[in-house]
Design a protein around this ligand. Structure first.
Ligand code: CA
Length: 237
């Protein structure tokens, strides 16, 4: 059965392009051009006994003719665990952080390539599956093997020693492989909610992790910086 995507985008040209890109990949796409349209389609699909299945993923533009995409994100989060991928022309970092902390799965800034969009969609869908089953506990890529259950990290075949804080930080990124994790989320997880503003901790620990795991720590391929927002553990493409 094909995965169902609710595509909320008011620009007709972009909506058609994105819809085609997704359809070629085998997604079943329901386009919505406004907030009201998105709300109606989403609640109909959620309602029990409907012949249409619930959506597997929402791709959401922020600026819509009848309101803010952000309000629809809240609606989705109240009703389901369906992942939400934000696509927007806006670059504002604090807004990105707010959306991710409010439960968006990821954020793509326009213009983006079809390949980039499809990769982010796959990551978001995989994490939705994992939320239901079990958390992601292993990672392999860029010469690094991580097994969280065994607390084992290996680089180029050699064991790497990590401190408890380094391992907790790395674990938070592994569980979200491919997705951006905000500074606040990482700080709360490793040092507790009282330290959510201490971003200098992160810079320090990320530098230590890169020194231990990256071939070229100054040019990281594994532990990526999302400027002003957070960090992302890169999947090998
Ligand atoms: Ca728009």
């Amino acid at each position: 059965m094909n995965l169902r995507v609710l595509l909320v985008e008011d620009d007709p040209e972009l909506r058609t392009t994105l819809r085609e890109v997704m359809r070629v990949e085998g997604y079943e796409v329901a386009p919505a051009a406004s907030l009201a349209d998105a709300r109606t389609q989403f609640s109909h699909a959620q309602a029990q006994g409907q012949e249409r299945r619930a959506f597997d993923l929402v791709v959401l533009d922020l600026g819509l003719p009848d309101g803010e995409g952000r309000d629809f994100l809240a609606t989705v989060r109240h009703q389901s665990a369906c992942p939400v991928l934000i696509v927007s022309a806006r670059h504002d970092d604090s807004q990105k952080i707010g959306l991710l902390d409010a439960g968006a799965d990821d954020y793509l800034v326009k213009p983006f390539s079809a390949g980039e969009l499809l990769a982010r969609m796959r990551v978001a869908l995989r994490h939705r599956g994992r939320r239901i089953e079990s958390a992601l506990t292993c990672f392999s890529g860029h010469g690094v093997e991580i097994d969280l259950a065994r607390r084992a990290v290996v680089r180029d075949g050699r064991p790497v020693h990590l401190t408890p804080n380094e391992l907790t930080l790395l674990a938070a990124l592994v569980r979200n492989t491919g997705r951006v994790v905000t500074h606040r989320q990482l700080l709360s997880e490793v040092w507790g909610p009282g330290h959510a503003a201490d971003t200098h901790y992160l810079r320090l620990y990320m530098a230590q992790l890169r020194a231990k795991l990256e071939a070229e720590p100054a040019n990281p391929q594994l532990l990526l910086t999302e400027t002003g927002v957070g960090y992302r553990l890169a999947e090998e493409r």
